[in-house]
Write a protein that binds this ligand. Structure first.
Ligand code: OXD
Ligand code: MN
Length: 587
């Protein structure tokens, strides 16, 4: 199927190990046959094709509904290269442990070989991978999430450094579930899970863990960031990247509809990507980004006409829904937060009869997902396929903090911005863990996705800043989740978040002043556009306060966090921490 001897040899080796009945190469055509096969086996359910053309439902095994962080490994020769925040084993250990699990795992099944491209194929950013899998669900998802075509197969003929991903759902045995990355070999082995983040190997495994390792060697960045373009009424577009830990509204911001005052004035927001950005320094010395993905694999619950109408529109055609409610009456789907009209004659995500009016159990799994083509988002950027990517004016970090972080602040310079990214944290909510307010550090929202030592990763960011010099994007931090004394959110969030993005853009253009505070530059309450917004000046002022005591205790926490990385924590970050402490002392 290819002239690439290395690829043919690897496929033959994998077939000899996994022993499938047949080997089928995927070039993006003839997917209808695969769908029919999956419908016959029950792996897919066809949805109402008039209301939801090209859409299908999949129910996963009940023990296989999320990423398996405890079973995800970075396998490098030396432990220090994986760092203290990754599970580590030697490559030899994991190859030896997983080989018997793959042995014969595809007997009676078909082995699919899926060559794919991350990024527009003619882009200098683009990288090729090949995933071998025994799951039709994975094949169909990969054909949405990545670029799969004959052109990719031709491009592979002379491409040595493709990423080799071997995946088998095997027996879905949780105890033998492993997602192993061998960045030194450009290899991924994933077994006993069919869940997206564990099994769609182009996404977290390649585009973040393996790519971040490659990016450090090659001098670029692979980041867990959305990319949007904000076009002003004069037609000028500023692009920003943003990284948030989960449950902070990343998909909603990626597909944001501007508040009415902005829409009326002629503002538009374009979605370039919702999850991953690959960033390089362009010929002009600025930072440029592409979205290496071709689709969205987003959380469904909570998506509604109010929270994310563009997301809803994107999932109306050619979408695979996973673990949502099936409406037996009209063959459509439903999830918590869609509307207040759940089906009475439904089937829940576990396949049991479910009546939304009487059941106390959730019908859709809280991590149920939609897989949809990027191009089906009504606000997809005209630059989505641009091989050069888009130039980045600002980088935004954020987390969920009840009190410490203000609504928005700006880094004093790029290095200070790296410091801000490195200290991102979110407080857990009761729904997630039972323990409220536990602070979890998630630097650059990359904690589960950095394919090497995070201390070295911080240093790589600092080196990128040194190369970017004065052309570096401005860096900001946002917190949409600040609460008042009664625990009520002070900021309305959702589409109103664009008002804060607007302030950032004004900062990029140098058209607005800021207040110099110990933590960074901040707007005054009057600087936030509150036209048509129910926000009192008192609430705005509270959103923008910096509490010295809370920040002093934050410093202790950061110190302990940085200490984990020993000598790998860059001295620049230690000195940023001391400077922050000094500024707070003078406050
Ligand atoms: C995702 C994640 O699915 O970050 O995007 O877990
Ligand atoms: Mn993500």
């Amino acid at each position: 199927m290819t002239r690439n001897k290395k690829l043919n040899d690897w496929v033959s080796w994998a077939a000899a190990l996994c022993r499938p009945d047949e080997v089928v190469w995927i070039d993006g055509s003839n997917l209808e046959e695969l769908r029919e096969k999956a419908l016959a086996s029950g792996e897919l359910v066809r949805l109402n094709q008039e209301k939801l053309p090209g859409c299908y439902l999949h129910r996963s095994a009940q023990n296989d509904v999320a990423r398996s962080e405890g079973k995800t490994f970075i396998c490098t020769e030396s432990k220090v290269d994986a760092g203290p925040t990754n599970n580590w084993e030697k490559p030899e250990t994991m190859y030896n442990r997983l080989t018997p699990l793959f042995d014969g795992s595809m007997k009676g099944r078909t082995m699919y070989v899926v060559p794919y491209c991350m990024g527009p194929i003619e882009s200098p950013f683009a990288k090729l991978g090949v995933e071998i899998t025994d799951s039709i669900y994975v094949v169909l998802n990969m054909c949405i999430m990545t670029r799969v075509s004959k052109d990719v197969i031709y491009a592979l003929d002379y491409y040595a450094n493709f990423v080799r991903g071997l995946h088998s759902t095997a027996t879905l045995d949780e105890n033998n579930r492993y997602i192993c990355h061998f960045p030194e070999d450009l290899t991924i082995w994933s077994i006993n899970s069919g869940y997206g983040g564990n099994a769609l190997l182009g996404k977290k495994c390649f585009a973040l863990r393996i790519a971040s390792f490659q990016a450090r060697r090659e001098g670029w960045l692979a980041e867990h960031m959305l990319i949007i373009g904000i076009e002003n009424p004069q037609g000028k577009t500023h692009y920003i990247c943003a990284a948030f830990p989960s449950a902070c509204g990343k998909t909603n911001l990626a597909m944001i509809v501007p508040p009415e005052v902005y829409t009326k004035a002629g503002y538009k927001v374009w979605c370039v990507g919702d999850d991953i950005a690959w960033l390089r320094i362009g010929r002009d010395g600025r930072l440029w980004a592409v979205n290496p993905e071709n689709g969205y694999f987003g959380v469904v619950p909570g998506t509604s006409e109010i929270t994310n109408p563009n997301g809803l529109q994107a999932m109306r055609t050619d979408t695979i829904f996973t673990n949502v409610v099936y409406n037996n009456d009209d063959g459509t789907v439903w999830w918590e937060g869609l509307d207040s009209n759940p089906p009475e004659n439904g089937t829940d995500w576990t396949g049991q009869p479910w009546n939304g009016k009487t059941s106390h159990l959730k019908g859709a799994h809280p991590n149920s997902r939609f897989t949809a083509f990027a191009k089906n988002c009504p606000t997809i950027s005209p630059e989505f396929d641009n091989p050069e990517g888009v130039p980045i004016s600002a980088i935004v970090f954020g987390g969920r903090r009840a009190k410490t972080a203000p609504l928005v602040y700006q880094a004093r310079d790029f290095e200070h911005g790296v410091f801000i990214g490195s200290i991102i944290a979110s407080e857990t909510t009761a729904a997630a863990t039972g323990a409220v307010g536990v602070v979890r550090r998630d630097p650059m929202a990359m904690m589960p996705f950095c394919g090497y030592n995070m201390g070295d990763y911080f240093d790589h960011w600092i080196q990128m800043g040194k190369r970017l010099k004065k052309k570096a994007p401005l860096i900001f931090n946002v917190n949409w989740f600040r609460t008042d004394e009664e625990g009520r959110f002070l900021w309305p969030g959702f589409r109103e978040n664009l008002r804060i993005v607007d302030w950032m853009i004004k900062r990029c253009e140098g058209s607005i002043d800021a207040v110099n505070t110990p933590i960074g530059y901040m707007p005054t309450p009057e600087d936030i556009n509150s036209e048509d917004l129910d926000l009192s000046m008192a609430a705005a002022a509270e959103l923008l306060t910096v509490n010295k005591e809370l920040w002093k205790s934050e410093i202790e926490d950061i110190r302990a966090f940085y200490s984990k990385f020993n000598e790998h924590t860059p001295r620049e970050l230690w000195s940023q921490l001391s400077m922050l402490e000094e500024r707070l002392d003078e406050m």
